[in-house]
Write a protein that binds this ligand. Structure first.
Ligand SMILES: [Zn+2]
Length: 80
């Protein structure tokens, strides 16, 4: 365990991602389900704004990390 939830999640996922024939679509679906569970933990009135924030963050992270591709040899393992 580290001080960063992002890094801890990556460590947890490594076991699944490193398997022969890892199904990236299935793995991302499970991670997405966790996001849905987290959104549903919010009060009903706060769920839609939180969902919008999740989607905005997702797009932002993908664009930011894609722009850094080539600079970081293993972007998904970038540490905080
Ligand atoms: Zn991290």
């Amino acid at each position: 365990m580290s001080d960063c939830i992002h890094c801890d999640i990556h460590d947890l996922l490594d076991e699944h991602l490193d398997k022969e024939g890892a199904d990236l679509s299935a793995i991302t679906a499970k991670v997405t389900e966790v996001l849905a569970d987290l959104v549903l933990m919010a009060n009903p009135a706060e769920r839609m704004p939180l969902l919008a924030e999740v989607v905005a963050n997702l797009g932002g992270f993908v664009l930011e990390k894609a722009a850094n591709d080539g600079e970081d040899p293993d972007t998904r393992r970038s540490r905080h």
